[in-house]
Write a protein that binds this ligand. Structure first.
Ligand code: GAP
Length: 493
């Protein structure tokens, strides 16, 4: 079983402290969310798992943490200033505003969706844009989902980068102070390619990994933490010889299927999607998305899926555009502002070239949502009551063990329980809880995914043993306090 819909997870998250609406006491801020005490632990577990798998368990990947605000030229030459747009349309009748391609994906027939390329501004040549060809929604008589009228504006490109100004004397009108909040962490990696290459004395193939915030002024954010304007990405740029790119691309697709499965996500709720030419990003030759079934309640099976992550072959696009040397057809430097050439010299073959890049990019929010949805189960107890159990893997569980005193008015029991918690906290995330009766405490820990509860009772004072309760089976086992850390660690591993 997994969650029947995202709403179930929204309510569990608020009730138990995974995720809260941001700025809630001031009425909220459209599609912004804060991670609560359990959410921050789960997000950290996801990031630690990714970092360990990506950086520590391999010998060919270095880490990086680059700035959120970079020189504006980074975004000029990356192509984001010119092409990082979504097609925006307004219903002239009810004034609702939509992202036109998503509108077709969600409400359009297959024929309407096939014409979605009419909505996009073509990136054509670097540094130029072309207007969309026609008013496609009007042409296909597409009704507004809000009011049902067919009265659309033309689709127009809306740049998703958040703008800001840098420096005390700057004003909004001062173009020289204009800067952007990064819309992807990847560019920080490309512009540090030579730094990392030289300081770590790497040879191809090698990768650079980064986890950090990205910002996009999304036209239609929503579906809880699925699409937000501020989110965290885990990205890795893997630099290879151009000939090796296709098969390395496939290796990373296979690798990520395995890593995602290791988070406890069922293969039934995952599938691959090969991006079509119309939706490929301006830098990509081929992108394969891994989709998760975020919308199981939708009748149309095709519409149950959405992107968890993308794995792109970015070719040598990024290293070239940030380099001072490459020239266009007329012999003009493509980038007269860069002071660096980001090409690579292969000492074995005496060749100089721009490496190709394979990029697996995954969002922390979307991973966390998929992990929560997939772990969600319900179970009926002997009284006929339905209980929620979050079957998180031990690695993902925000709390590994809860130590509970059976009688909180008995000081010796409380003291023993607190002492056990203190001993366990050296090796695992442990909590002490005496805020309710034992049944309520078990139910709470089941609902937040804690794999084990340890109960200290009257007998514990005599036999120096405790009851260990398993979240998934509700089975109980008596374990000596001396063996407890080792016993729990073994079961968690
Ligand atoms: N550097 C490539 C890149 O940024 P992307 O497909 O635009 O590619 C990568 O983003 C991942 O970041 C997505 O697969 C998704 O998991 C996450 N992501 C993108 N936009 C997001 C948003 N508005 N809210 C939450 N996560 C988002």
């Amino acid at each position: 079983m997994s969650a029947p819909n995202i709403e179930t997870i929204v309510s569990l998250s608020k009730r138990r402290g995974f995720v809260y609406p941001a700025s809630e006491i001031y009425g909220g801020l459209g599609s912004s969310w804060d991670y609560g005490p359990l959410g921050v632990e789960l997000a950290n577990n996801i990031k630690n798992s990714w970092w360990r798998w990506m950086v520590y368990e391999r010998d060919d990947i270095e880490g990086l943490d680059s700035s959120i605000i970079q020189n504006r030229l980074v975004w000029k030459y990356s192509g984001h200033e010119q092409t990082f747009h979504d097609p925006l349309v307004d219903c002239k009748s009810c004034k609702s505003r939509f992202r036109a391609d998503k509108l077709l994906d969600e409400f359009g027939s297959k024929e309407a969706q096939e014409g979605r390329h009419h909505l996009f501004v073509e990136p054509a040549n670097f540094g130029t844009t072309q207007p969309p060809q026609e008013n496609w929604l009007q042409e296909i008589r597409f009704p507004c989902p809000t009011c049902g009228e067919v009265d659309w504006t033309e689709s127009r490109p809306f740049n998703l980068m958040f703008r800001t100004t840098v420096g005390a004397a700057s004003s909004d009108e001062d173009g020289s102070a204009l800067a952007y909040l990064r819309p992807e962490t990847a560019q920080g990696i490309f512009i540090n390619f030579a730094n990392v290459l030289n300081t770590s004395r790497r040879k191809l193939p090698f990768g650079i990994a980064q986890i950090g915030k990205a910002f996009r002024n999304e036209v239609t954010p929503g579906n809880f933490i699925f699409r937000t304007r501020e989110f965290e990405q885990m990205e890795m740029e893997y630099f290879v010889r151009p000939d090796d790119a296709p098969h390395v691309h496939q290796e990373w697709i296979d690798g990520f299927e395995r890593w995602i499965a290791s988070l406890g996500i069922s293969a039934n709720n995952l599938k691959l999607y090969e991006q079509t030419k119309e939706v490929l990003a301006h830098y990509s030759e081929r992108t394969v998305d891994i989709l998760y079934r975020y919308f199981p309640e939708r009748e149309d099976e095709e519409k149950q899926w959405d992107e968890l992550m993308g794995i792109a072959n970015r070719t040598d696009y990024d290293l070239r555009v940030h380099s001072k040397k490459p020239e266009d057809a007329e012999g003009k430097r493509i980038n007269p502002d860069s002071t660096e050439d980001l090409s690579y010299f292969d000492t074995a073959t005496n060749e100089r070239f721009y490496p190709y890049v394979i990029e697996p990019a995954i969002g922390v929010n979307r991973t966390l949502l998929a992990v929560l949805m997939d772990a969600y189960t319900e179970k009926t107890n002997e009284k006929g009551e339905t209980r929620v159990i979050l079957k998180l893997t031990p690695e993902m569980a925000p709390i590994k063990v809860a130590v509970l005193p059976l009688a909180k008015n008995k000081p010796e029991i409380v003291e023993m329980a607190r002492k056990i918690k203190k001993e366990l906290q050296h090796s695992m995330r442990a909590v002490y809880d005496d805020t309710g009766g034992i049944g309520k405490l078990y139910a709470r820990q089941d609902e937040i995914g804690t794999p084990f509860c340890v109960t200290v009772d009257h007998e514990s004072l005599e036999d120096n043993a405790v009851t260990v309760r398993d979240r998934d089976t509700w089975e109980q086992k008596r374990v000596g306090v001396d063996q407890l850390p080792e016993y729990l660690q073994k079961r968690l591993d």
